[in-house]
Design a protein around this ligand. Structure first.
Ligand code: ADP
Length: 553
């Protein structure tokens, strides 16, 4: 039987629309013979944008009255799933949460986890979380540190921030310099306040970086190359620690501030930029944005690595995290927190452009993954579940996937021993691909439209060392895994090493990042080995950045 292909009915060019249902169709069957809609399930917490994007991509919303209880392919909700729900997930279903990830997303647990890693591996790599004390258990340690620092700083003030462990959106946060002003009730953390943030037009900001972990066993991490930069709406001022509009960058707080609409120096109105605009701004100041992005990538990998060995195995699920990163004026990224179910409300035009595309690309990514994993049983229709799409494997197409599995790629040509490329043609790394059309509807389109990036608002100065976010992707050549579709790819790094690269829209694989980490994440996770590789990589990236700097002088 010929290939089964994802196709959009009446729409070979793949433009999504409400009327057009995304369907799976056997190529050599008469049109309409086995067309099955993909079905998504929601609850009252499912973000509106997720639903609208899925409908736009041609999915159908699950309706219990009309369907068998198991006839759905994706369940997306804000809260976590029970273990029983994970255990009962069917091969054709996918959940948007992975069990065991709250150890990253609760501030106190995150602090403990990262502290543990630092102790275990004795590496300064883990010093990206500001010194943190979990209250009430660390109270005496905090008091000792507070007075030690006070003495060392002599007359100068030291600054701390106290954050409730389980709250979000800036609720319950206090910033203090005098211990007399510290009040806390429930579990909270006290953290060193980063008092030298990188300011844009004298406004503090932080970065919301989206990260999708498509699996913990083996560990597979993608970073989203677009994101949000959230600004405080009043000028940074250490003289007034009570002013939340100057010290907190949460948009839920700043939206209600008097200066939200005001045209602010450099920042403009509102309180958000896209990440690409921010990097473009940095380049205009001759900042090495690539190095900063590499450091952020490392923070993400090291953070996820901290819980990866202990999360239970769960099939058919993924986790979309929101990493909050504060960059200081030495260009060091500090991890503020990791968000579970990062906010997806569309409050301004920047939200609309970033978050809608993020959801499109997330769907694209998980679709790509289910194909790449070559799940033998994926999408197997349950008995009596005729509306659940059949995967190509179920049609006897197991060896004819448009994407090869990692293992196939690897054994055939990914990491040739001598480091030389495989026999297939090496093609230029395509620019990020615009994915507002569903991959499940792409069918066999040969042409992929280039990404249309938001043009930088502030014109960068002449130097364009890193053309926009393009350089945030590995600067590599790609080998198409298959001639027919773009998706799973192999990357050749500038140094000639091979990486199993994969890209879905703006998502780029950041772990595993080379042959050694690929090996160290299969058949159990060898964390020590991975950290050694990260140390080597850090060293290499820093030397490259230093060489680059010298060349520019
Ligand atoms: P929440 O979950 O309530 O948003 P965060 O940890 O993200 O809590 O903190 C909210 C905001 O407070 C951050 O976006 C950042 O602007 C500021 N902030 C938090 N921790 C620090 C810190 N250690 N140093 C400087 N600013 C901080």
């Amino acid at each position: 039987m010929a290939d089964a292909v994802w196709q959009t009915q009446n729409n070979v060019s793949g433009h999504p629309s409400l009327e057009k249902k995304t369907l799976l169709m056997a190529e050599d069957e008469p049109p309409g013979a086995s067309l099955k809609p993909l079905v998504f399930r929601v609850d009252e917490t499912t973000p509106e944008v997720v639903q609208s994007v899925l409908l736009e991509r041609g999915w159908s919303k699950f309706d219990q009255q009309e369907r068998n209880v198991e006839d759905w392919n994706l369940y997306w909700r804000t809260s976590s799933f029970r273990m029983a729900e994970h255990a009962n997930v069917k091969p054709w279903q996918c959940l948007n949460h992975h069990p065991g990830t709250t150890r990253l997303t609760r501030k106190d647990l995150l602090a403990k986890c990262l502290r543990h890693m630092e102790r275990l591996y004795g590496t300064p790599l883990y010093q990206f979380l500001p010194p943190t004390f979990v209250m009430p258990s660390d109270y005496s340690k905090f008091v000792a540190e507070y007075f030690k620092e006070k003495q060392a700083l002599d007359a100068k003030l030291s600054y701390w921030i106290c954050k409730p462990a389980e709250l979000s959106r800036g609720r319950g946060i206090i910033i203090f310099s005098d211990i007399k002003n510290l009040i806390f009730a429930n579990t909270c953390i006290i953290q060193k306040y980063i008092c030298n943030p990188l300011l844009v037009g004298r406004y503090k900001c932080d970065l919301r970086v989206y990260v999708c972990v498509t699996g913990f066993k083996p560990l597979t991490i993608y970073i989203y190359q677009e994101g949000l930069v959230r600004f405080a709406t009043e000028k940074f001022d250490l003289g007034n620690l009570q002013n939340s509009y100057a010290h907190l960058t949460n948009s839920s707080i700043n939206r209600s501030g008097a200066s939200y609409e005001k045209i602010k120096e450099v920042v403009g109105s509102g309180c958000k930029w896209t990440l690409s605009r921010f990097f473009s701004y940095l380049r205009s100041w001759d900042v090495d944005d690539l190095l900063l992005w590499q450091k952020i990538n490392r923070v993400v990998i090291l953070t996820v690595l901290a819980i990866a060995p202990s999360v239970p195995f769960a099939a058919n699920c993924f986790e979309l995290f929101g990493f909050d990163i504060l960059v200081d004026d030495n260009l060091k990224p500090w991890l503020m927190e990791v968000n579970y179910s990062p906010g997806l409300s569309l409050d301004c035009s920047v939200d609309v452009s970033v978050k809608r595309r993020l959801i499109h690309d997330t769907i694209e990514l998980i679709h790509l993954h289910s194909l790449r994993d070559g799940r033998k049983e994926s999408c197997r229709a349950a008995n009596g579940s005729p509306d659940v799409p059949l995967a190509r494997e179920d049609r006897g197409q197991g060896s004819n996937l448009p994407y090869e599995s990692f293992s196939e790629l690897r054994s055939r040509r990914a990491f040739s021993k001598d480091g030389t490329p495989g026999k297939k043609a090496v093609t230029e790394c395509p620019e990020n691909q615009h994915t507002c059309q569903p991959r499940e509807a792409l069918s066999r389109q040969k042409e992929v439209r280039p990404l249309t990036r938001e043009p930088p608002k502030a014109k960068p100065k002449a130097r364009a060392r890193h053309p926009a976010l393009k350089t945030l992707m590995p600067r590599v050549s790609l080998i198409q895994s298959h001639g027919r579709e773009k998706g799973l790819t192999l990357c050749v790094q500038p140094d000639g090493s091979w990486v199993p690269g994969s890209q879905a829209g703006n998502f780029v694989l950041i772990f595993p990042f080379n042959e050694a980490t690929f090996g160290a994440s299969r058949n159990g996770l060898n964390v020590r080995r991975i950290i050694q590789e990260l140390q080597k990589l850090t060293h290499k990236q820093c030397s490259q950045a230093a060489e680059e700097k010298i060349k520019r002088k």
